[in-house]
Structures are given as C-alpha cells and as structure tokens.
Design a protein around this ligand. Structure first.
Ligand code: PBG
Length: 327
C-alpha cells in the first residue's frame, strides 16, 4: 500500500463534503440574545465599547424581541438599567421597575415564540454596583442578598419571564429562588443557573453597558480563573438546589471548564460569550486584522464544540441570519 495509509484530507476536499461530515453545528434556536433596556431613554443609546450593541428604549427592545423571533432565536436575556439606584437595589424588585416592565412588554410581544429570560442580580440596581447588599463592614452579605433575589425572582416571574438567570454567585441562590417561585405558584418558571461564573477582566464593556457603579471587583463571590475542579462543585450544588439549566461564563477563556461541565451535567449546558469577547473580535475586525464573519462563526462553533447546548451571544441575531443564508 502506498504511503500515507490514511488521508483525512479526503473528507475536506469540497465544501459539500466538509458540511456533510461536520461534527458540530450551530442552529439559531440554540442562540440566546442578551439585551439591555435603560429607563428614561427616548432613543437607543450606543455602547461605545460594544459597537453594534445598544441600550434599548422600551420600544426598540420590543422590536429587537420581534426580530429575534423572526430570526428563529432560542431566547432573549434581559438586563435593565434603572434611572435611580439605591443601597438595596429596590428598583430590581419593584414590579414597575425598568426590567420588570421590559419583561412584561417583551412577553406580550413574543408570547411563547421565544424564551424570555430575566437577569436576577442586583448589580444594575445598587448604587455601589455589587451583586448583593453590603453589611456594616462593606462586605457583600450573602444571606441578606438571598432574600432580595427571592423577591426579584417572583417579580420577574409575575412579569412573564419564562426563565430566570441568577448571575450573582451568592451561595444558595438557586434554592431560595426555586422555593420562592414555587411558593408563589410559579412552578413552571425555569432557572438557568450561572453555575460557574468567573471573575473576569472580559466583563469590562458590560460595565459600560449597564453604567455600572462598581469600584473594586467581584472576587469574593465570582470564581477564581485558576480553578477548574471547583466548577464541578458549583454545578453540583446548583443541580441539587433545582437548576433546570447550568451555565459557564465567560466562554472562550473557559472552554476546558465548559467541556468538563458538559461531560457531567444531566441538564442542558449553556455558555455566555461575554461583552469583552464580543469587543475583542469587533475591535480586531474593525482594524482589518481578522475576518469578522469567519471569526464570529468560529468562536461560536468552538463554544458549541466544547459542549454548550445553548450559547448566549450578542451576535445571536446576525449569526442566525448567516445560518439562514447557509454555506
Ligand atoms: C451581573 C452580570 C454581569 C454580566 C452578566 N450578568 C456582569 C458582572 O458579573 O460583572 C456580564 C455579561 C457580559 O460581560 O457580557 N448581573
């Protein structure tokens, strides 16, 4: 037999051949679009560090949700930016707060054609920018925060969210949210747990997106980038507490963690391609240093290949459009 015996290149000879044998695919309904809505805006406000992403008005958010349905996306994850902030983030619990109103509007717009999700976290609503309330010594008070998450979750379920995303990394957050939802009769409202959420420099642009008031960092509650095994513990705890889905976040610097979680999780696994990941690719593409569409496509494919069933990405709608075009 002539050398080489094996020629894997045969299956790479034509685009049709490559498409046929592709192990991983991306479908629009696996994509979740994160979206921002800001109180008191009359025009959508561009986020300079996330070119192409805006803080929506209630009207433009509704339009974006309708477009997400049109694009065949799986879901939309809403973040609210209130006009007034306080120490306990009370605007996040207020049924008339910006996020709860947006959830109500979007749900009315899309019905059950798109999974409507709300971010359950206080950082957009507190005047100190932390994901929880502070104790007398200025530390984030885990158990006092849980009580507020429970109220926030019920308010979001009441507003019509199908699924809630607790992103604050407080211990016990999934359990208290599940209990509160059930006690209020919202047994069908699902929880997508930000199970393994790391303290990351790549959240930078998100801080602009939500006009974050944070000074310092979130290292006492978000995970340390050095830790891989600990992600399994976080996922196991969230499953015990009743999580319906689990998430790894960020995505591209944590693909090993994502693969580990995908290998052990009995529930669907999600990954969040975050603001800094978006910004890096947009910036490099804007400089002509990489092919924008190819880089976006490859990045999301890589996240899927590592094991994510669903991907939160700011490119969700655009990517879905490309998928429709095919090839
Ligand atoms: C917290 C939250 C953050 C993100 C999603 N939910 C910010 C943080 O943890 O600092 C970041 C998302 C992104 O960077 O795209 N409510």
């Amino acid at each position: 037999m002539s050398f080489p015996n094996h020629r894997p290149r045969r299956l790479r000879t034509t685009p049709a051949m490559r498409r046929m044998v592709a192990e991983t695919r991306v479908a629009a309904d696996q994509l979740i679009l994160p979206a921002f809505v800001r109180e008191g805006l009359s025009e959508p406000h561009p986020i300079s560090s996330m070119p192409g992403v805006v803080q929506h008005t209630p009207d433009t958010l509704k339009r974006a949700a309708a477009e997400a349905v049109e694009a065949g996306l799986g879901g939309i994850m809403l973040f609210g930016i209130p006009a007034e902030r306080d120490a306990t983030g009370s605007a996040g619990i207020d049924p008339d707060g910006v996020l709860n109103r947006a959830l109500r509007d979007v749900r009315a717009e899309v019905g059950d054609d798109l999974v409507v999700m709300g971010d359950v976290c206080l950082d957009e609503f507190t005047d100190h920018g932390h994901c929880g309330v502070l104790d007398g010594a200025g530390r984030v008070d885990n158990d006092a925060t849980l009580e507020l998450y429970a109220q926030m979750a019920v308010a979001q379920a009441e507003a019509g969210a199908h699924m809630l995303g607790p992103s604050g990394m407080m211990d016990g957050q999934v359990a208290v949210i599940r209990q509160a939802l059930d006690a209020a009769g919202h047994t069908d409202t699902a929880v997508i747990a930000y199970a393994a959420k790391y303290a990351s420099a790549f959240y930078g642009p998100f801080r602009e997106a939500v006009d974050s008031q944070l000074t310092g960092d979130r290292r006492t509650y978000q995970m340390d980038a050095a830790n891989r095994r600990e992600a399994i513990l976080e996922v196991e705890l969230d499953l015990e507490e009743g999580a319906d889905m689990v998430m790894v976040k960020p995505a591209m610097s944590y693909l090993d963690v994502l693969a580990d979680v995908a290998a052990m999780s009995p529930v669907p696994v999600s990954a969040y391609q975050i603001s800094g990941e978006y910004a890096m690719i947009e910036a490099a593409a804007a400089n002509g240093w990489i092919d924008r569409r190819a880089a976006i496509t490859e990045s999301v494919l890589g996240i899927r290949r590592a094991g994510a069933d669903t991907v939160l990405t700011y490119w969700a709608a655009e990517l879905a459009g490309w998928l429709k075009e095919g090839k």
